[in-house]
Design a protein around this ligand. Sequence first.
Ligand code: AMP
Ligand code: MG
Length: 413
Amino acid sequence: MLSVSDAEAIILNLVQPLDDQRDTEVVDLLAADSRILARPITSSLDFPHWDNSAMDGYAARYEDVQHSSTEKPAVLEIVEEIPAGYQPKSTIQTGQAARIFTGAVLPAGADTIVMQEKTRQEDKRVFILDAPKPQEFVRHKAAFYQAGTQLLPAGIKLNAPEIAVLAAAQCSQLRVYRRPRVAIFSTGDELLAIDQPLQPGQIVDSNQYAIAALVRQTGAEPLILGIVKDDPVALEMSITHAIAIADLVISSGGVSVGDYDYVDKILESLQAKIHIRAVQITPGKPLTVATFPTQNSALYFGLPGNPAAVLVTFWRFVLPAIKKLSGISEGWGPVFLKVRSHDELRSHGQRETYLWGKLHLIDGVHEFHKAGGSHSSGNLINLAQTNALAVLPIGKTLISPQEEVLVLQLSNG
Ligand code: AMP
Ligand code: MG
């Protein structure tokens, strides 16, 4: 059986990122947050666009003010007032200064800003009470970014900082990757749609909702295909439809060894190449990953049916795949932190074991608190509020309270 890290490597190797030409669209900057930039951005503007002041104060010539002190202040004639947004008219000559405000353009002749707090103004004269450093508080043209060089690379997710940069560079529209399409369906004769009356033996198909939420959080578009019976014909139709409309397919249930677990058999009959059938992970051992070399580039994830297994295998294996698919150029894998465990953590030691819970910050140190109640893969109730998974490697059967443990941090928490 494959180790978790081998399975992860196989999966990432199978993922073909969206095409940076065909699989893109143009969006308005206001609608671009969380999208993935498809082209590098270059600006024809320098940042700052011109020399300007970083302070409210006085623009002067350094040579005029370099020996100033409270006892022997330089006294300069104020020849102009330059608020932000105005183009200065004068050139500062020896013995002159301009009143200037933060962000305003540095006038010609001046090379240094004396901050207001180090001055005293009397009518049209300013007394410089302290010597500034040469060029102090001047933000020089192009000091932050030089026109024509790369402003942002392709393959990054656009969050508030990048959006601010793009706005400042006057990119009101930009080319991003389209959202990956992820088809989702649930398999099982016991499953019931959310709004139907529950009969003995039935449970609500909660996986569909969980997976749709997880997919949406990645920025991908969930295509919700509903419940499919444990029936080979129905399954074949659903899989065929799903791989035709989606970049990635996620089913839950039907991948174990039970008599009604048909997914792998149907995949084989559709000439899929099954890359993974099981992984050394708890929960989530019966995990199927397949591609369809004779049909298209869709990647198929058959997750086990148990709700905890669905979440754990999604976070561990599907999320990195969706990230790579979406055009993000790096950082697909999960983030692991070494933290202190608040609780005793146990595993049978046979497989890499994931226990769900919450990370708390105690006196500046992260501490993992295991969710109370059963860690059976069939229990979904105590999954609520999970923001981290503690990982016990194969062979590790016990982590005592206060011992260190590796946790997978979930970004939704
Ligand atoms: P399976 O992997 O098909 O053997 O399913 C294992 C168990 O997971 C089932 O007995 C159900 O209790 C549960 N299960 C399967 N599918 C779902 C679903 N869509 N929503 C909630 N629970 C499910
Ligand atoms: Mg089933």
